[in-house]
Ligand binder design. Structure first.
Ligand SMILES: Nc1ncnc2c1ncn2[C@@H]1O[C@H](COP(=O)(O)OP(=O)(O)O)[C@@H](O)[C@H]1O
Ligand SMILES: [Mg+2]
Length: 268
């Protein structure tokens, strides 16, 4: 296999997605420098790091929103250059952005079928609605999302339930390979958080996809992830599977690097 193939040197298991030396600048700001990241099928990779470390920029590059200034992205061993979010979606990359892009006035099941619903009138439309409704209900059951009714207006749901619907919509895409979640647990209460954590875990077990999730909370990441990458100042500074690192060790790593930043006058 060539160096650009999907083989991971560490384990020999094929990477679904891999980046090589990704860089990104915003004017004088270096947001990412030489980021090498990889994720396998069935794996949940957590990205953690301070505000401004470059996590969202990385996700936006992987989702086709930004073109990197340098570096390469490989999907199943083939180099890809995403022209747009749509283009990345065609390659099976789905992202749940923070604004979620749900339509508040519509029902849960209409949101699940957004952009794909059939819009014929009369009796036929009624039948289509019934089919969509049943399919939506079945699908949410399957992935373990518990909401009062698929007829409920999305506006009436809690933050956690809305997040769950947005995630469900992303994973309904036929050719999904990679799901990107940028801070899916931000601003959620304990009950909501556990709903989303359960959903992510069940998806990673059921669907043969890779999930990349950004979160601030190390405890949450230890519940959800198989592997964690720490991003600091636009670089991956730690890449450990959860077999290799304990929560206390990760916290200690962050504290130590914060101390170094203070010592070098680099702390914000
Ligand atoms: N669209 C943008 N224009 C200019 N600077 C940006 C833009 N997006 C991000 N940045 C800068 O790039 C760096 C990384 O930001 P970001 O990826 O949002 O970090 P994180 O998600 O880890 O908090 C920060 O210094 C931020 O200010
Ligand atoms: Mg961010």
């Amino acid at each position: 296999m060539t160096p650009s193939g999907g083989e991971s040197a560490a384990t020999g298991v094929e990477d679904l997605l891999r980046t090589e030396e990704i860089t990104m600048n915003f004017g004088p700001v270096v947001a990412l420098r030489n980021v090498n990241l990889h994720v396998r099928r069935g794996e949940v990779l957590g990205l953690v790091g301070d505000n401004g470390a470059g996590k969202s920029t990385l996700v936006k590059i992987l989702t086709g929103l930004y073109k990197p200034d340098g570096g390469r992205i490989y999907l199943e061993g083939e180099e890809v250059r995403f022209r747009s979010v749509q283009h990345a979606r065609q390659h099976g990359i789905e992202t749940v952005f923070q604004d979620l892009a749900l339509i508040d006035d519509l029902s849960v099941y209409h949101n699940l079928f957004l952009n794909r619903e059939h819009t014929r009138g009369g009796w036929f439309r009624f039948l289509k609605n019934r089919t969509m409704r049943a399919a939506a209900s079945r699908f949410l059951d399957e992935i373990g999302v518990d909401i009062p009714s698929v007829d409920a207006q999305v506006a009436k749901l809690s933050g956690g339930q809305r997040q769950a619907i947005a995630v469900a919509r992303a994973v309904r895409q036929q050719h999904i390979k990679i799901l990107l979640l940028d801070e899916p647990l931000a601003a959620m209460g304990a009950k909501e958080t556990s709903l989303i954590i359960r959903l992510i875990k069940s998806l990673s077990r059921k669907a043969n996809i890779a999930i990349i999730v950004i979160d601030h909370n190390y405890t949450h990441l230890f519940e959800i992830c198989d592997r964690i990458n720490v991003i600091q100042h636009g670089q991956v500074t730690l890449d450990k599977s959860l077999h290799e690192i304990k929560l206390e060790e990760l916290v200690e790593f962050m504290v130590q690097s914060f101390r170094r930043q203070i010592a070098t006058g680099d702390a914000k």
